[in-house]
Ligand binder design. Sequence first.
Ligand code: NAP
Length: 432
Amino acid sequence: MTVTVAIVGSGPAGFYTAQALLDRGDGYAIDIIDLQPAPFGLIRFGVAPDHQATKNVMRKFHQTALRDQVSFFGNVEVGRDVSVDELRDAYDAVVLAIGASDERGLNIPGGGLPGVYPSQAFAGWYNAQPQYRDLDPLLDHQAIAVIGNGNVAIDVARVLVKNENEMASSDLPEHVAAAIASSPLCDVYVFGRRGPNQAKFTNVELREMGRLEQCVSLVDPAQLPDEASGHDERDLRLKKKNLDTLRGFAGALPGSKPKRVHFQFYAMPVEVLGEARVEGLRLERTQVIEGRAQGTGETFEIACGAVVAAIGYRARAIEGAPFDDHRGVVSNTDGRVGDGLYAVGWIMRGPSGVISTNKKDGVLVAGHIEADIGGGGKPGRSGLEGLLRDRGVRAVSYDDWQAIEAAEIANATPPAPRRKFTTTDEMLAVLD
Ligand code: NAP
């Protein structure tokens, strides 16, 4: 008997789970549900527009989506159009793969001023995520501060300083490209509250910052430790590479190119300055003691017109699934949440790792489903279709999505791979 599975979320965790189920045989009917009309989650809306090679994994997911046992239901929001409980009634297994879409919150005075943006919103803006289409960030100052030492901080900094030529083969939306091109921005400060040995940048991303056409990356050599340290062999190798890269930045000349990215370590934001909007940022110098950033009491300020908090993501609780507020994940034991309910990816283990990290989550939970679900027997797709029909929800099928995608490709100016639609209405209009 066929086992019916609903996967909520069509990002890497969702698609890797679908693949892992298909690898176990033909006995599964899998429906992948997403609130966006477009599939692939963070591959489309998170991976930076100039890192198209990273998006190549979409081709694999595309093959999965074309399999007979798999259907896509885009433009369907679980929690609004249909509940988790209703899905559990309709399907033998429900897998939550909804990622971590909330900000972690920069809880400092001034953190709510106009001009402070969580990276989710900022990256959503330059990645054409419909809900951030009109973010229109304040880029009218020569300086901006990016808080955090992870890859998202680097993405934000890089997208802001690359020139038109470097972005030609990206899918940066036109209105975003225009906003960046007309901005006087020339200094991007990337602040880490700890040191280079604790920074979470991967080396490929950091190295790229030393090869930009119009921008030089800088670091104060006094902030670089003599030796790299890491929590294991692999981490140590990464930190050595990063330290070498940063040493290269330390020798760069600030005036050699028109734009600069300043990597500043041991600097913890304590207040966003400004009356009606961001005018600057006050930071406290830190020391790293037993791995933790401790303030020294010494503060300094920079003038800037906006602040992007790239300080990590947090999952949002969803009704019908227990939530561990402390860890910011759905309460689960190795992906098992409840009877026939599972979690994979960031909603299961928190927002860390790279795209392929989600693969083992999918394999793990596919194994649980095979072990836990006996004969199946719940209606699955027909049950969901009935609910959506009754509620007048316009679901976007995978065929529909392919029509939307074809229009995005046709609208692009080569070498750009696609010209993304930036609103849901524009996408749906293709189907009318
Ligand atoms: P992340 O790697 O967890 O980095 C978050 C950074 O924010 C850390 O440096 C952290 O410092 C800092 N931070 C947290 N709270 C802070 C606070 N209150 N004040 C100051 N700093 C604070 O998160 P991310 O950059 O959002 O990336 C999320 C995941 O996506 C990561 O696994 C990342 O590798 C992945 N990603 C990968 C790529 C890529 O491969 N190209 C691109 C983008 C994202 P502490 O370390 O001191 O806590």
